[in-house]
Design a protein around this ligand. Structure first.
Ligand code: CMP
Length: 140
């Protein structure tokens, strides 16, 4: 199986509750490696651009406000089938529908404050990684 990279965000609800280490432990125990990571305060412009695909959705403004409400940890995760594997680990977007043991079932507060973001395809992973990281910042 191919070694892949995916993009991940530990969201403001999780950084506020000091859950970065617990969430990283889920990734690492599942065989994903954190090959780049930084804690940043997203600007409104960065969040609007990152979530541009959702700009017509009713939840867009709330989503941007939430993602800029506190620090986030942006990450690159590497491992076998990393995109799909991370999506399994995260669970459904709505934590009330997430399988037991997934990050969102364990930690998320609601569909907006859902603790983590993960790329939905290898193509989007490449775009999202390049949005936040220079190549030299990723050390596999
Ligand atoms: P994420 O994977 O970061 O991508 C878009 C985000 O929009 C999603 O996670 C949710 O946290 C957020 N969101 C807020 N409200 C909704 C909603 N009603 N449906 C889908 N996503 C929502």
């Amino acid at each position: 199986m191919a070694i892949e990279r995916t993009f991940s965000i530990i969201k403001p609800d999780a950084t506020r509750r000091n859950l970065t280490g617990k969430i990283n432990a889920v990734f690492e125990e599942a065989g994903l490696r954190v090959v780049a990571q930084k804690r940043i305060q997203m600007t409104t412009a960065q969040a609007e651009s990152f979530y541009g695909v959702h700009s017509a959705r009713g939840f867009f403004r709330d989503l941007v406000n939430f993602m800029t409400s506190g620090p986030v940890v942006v990450q690159v995760l590497e491992g076998e089938n990393a995109v799909a594997r991370n999506r399994e680990l995260m669970g459904a977007t709505d934590p009330s529908k997430a399988d037991a043991g997934t990050i969102r079932a364990l930690f998320a507060e609601n569909i907006e404050a859902n603790s983590v973001h993960g790329s939905d395809s290898p193509e989007n992973a490449a775009i999202e990684i390049a949005y936040f990281f220079a190549g030299l910042e990723i050390v596999g």
